[in-house]
Write a protein that binds this ligand. Sequence first.
Ligand code: DC
Length: 219
Amino acid sequence: MIVTIDGPAGSGKSTAARRLAERLGFRFLDTGAMYRAVALACVRAGVDPEDRPAAVEVARRVRLTLQEGHILLDGQDVSEAIRTAEASVAASRVAVIAGVRDAMVELQRQTADGLDIVTEGRDQGTIVFPQAECKFFLTAAPDERARRRQRELERKGTTHSFDEILAQILDRDQRDASRDVAPLRAAEDAIHLDTSMLDPDEVVAVMESTVRARQSTSA
Ligand code: DC
């Protein structure tokens, strides 16, 4: 079974997807980490994402391995290195490139082949797995998403002003939703969940009961 979770940054997708996969005993696929790793590979190779053919070449050449919540770039664990503010911006820039997306979509489908999987990103229910049995689209108010991001950064020991974080989130939303290829949008058959007033356990509980109900009807 394939479960897709799409939505903007800070909507609670990552936490929900990881915990849901654990509870169901499914594999978890963090597709944002893949775009981030390609962006990091570009930065390291001195390739500007504006140079689209060069960025596509990097996306095709790199070896990405996802294992137990970690991502390896050509064999090196880059799980931490891809989480910086710079990597976020670079990821949203490489993610607009059609050739980069083609390479990632292919890899995502290969990774999911024959498995029970919870996958999260922006285009999982619309483009990558339109046949998925269970699709969710998560949203949250921009203020709440900025607060979550601020707390996350504080836990990592960096402080940024709320206004700065909110501006970055709105900017990234705009880029993700307005790009020509695979813009962020909900699949027609996705279940919408506004997580602004929900804690992660509540989000996962709703998702788990929905998936289990679908499993029993399809069994
Ligand atoms: O979910 P995230 O913040 O780790 O994603 C990083 C960037 O990659 C973000 O700008 C959106 C983009 N992305 C995408 O375009 N498609 C996906 N399936 C996953 C992420």
